[in-house]
Ligand binder design. Structure first.
Ligand SMILES: [Zn+2]
Ligand SMILES: [Zn+2]
Ligand SMILES: [Zn+2]
Length: 154
């Protein structure tokens, strides 16, 4: 008889702990980025170049997947920083680091210069896909880009 009583107390305590845990998640939700859509909330429509409802910017901004990124020894910069070279008409070059991704590079009087944030993509290097206009929601997170975690430790 005593054993049964102890067991029911244990179950009650366990139940309360679980309730407290779920209750805390209700009041203070924990989210994780949705891996299925890389937390964009959108999926590709299958059109050429469409990823998560966007395509690479057609503007002349520096992009992370431009060919030619390389390490260079530059004063005041870490040695493993990546740079992209642009050759001027006279054979010299200007190079910009990945901190300038999304900025437009243009040739002016034979030399390449930075023209600031790309006006086409606002510096994101991607624009909405013209086929789906980023309207296809990710079925995993239903377009939210993140998933709620009910039993999670921070
Ligand atoms: Zn698309
Ligand atoms: Zn752009
Ligand atoms: Zn998703």
């Amino acid at each position: 008889m005593r054993g049964a009583a102890t067991r029911s107390v244990l179950w009650a305590v366990l139940g309360l702990m679980l309730l407290a845990l779920v209750g805390q998640r209700l009041l203070d939700p924990v989210y994780e980025p949705c891996a299925a859509c890389e937390h964009t909330g959108r999926v590709s429509c299958g059109a050429d170049g469409c990823a998560h409802g966007s395509v690479p910017c057609p503007g002349r901004c520096i992009k992370a997947d431009d060919p030619g990124w390389e390490r260079m020894a530059v004063d005041g910069h870490p040695p493993d920083e990546l740079w992209l070279r642009f050759y001027n008409v006279d054979g010299t070059f200007n190079a910009w680091s990945r901190a300038h991704i999304g900025e437009v590079v243009e040739m002016v009087d034979g030399r390449y210069v930075l023209r600031g944030r790309c006006p086409v993509c606002a510096g994101t290097t991607r624009v909405a896909c013209s086929t789906c206009n980023a309207a296809r929601m990710c079925p995993t997170c239903r377009g939210r880009g993140r998933l709620r975690r009910w039993l999670a430790w921070r």
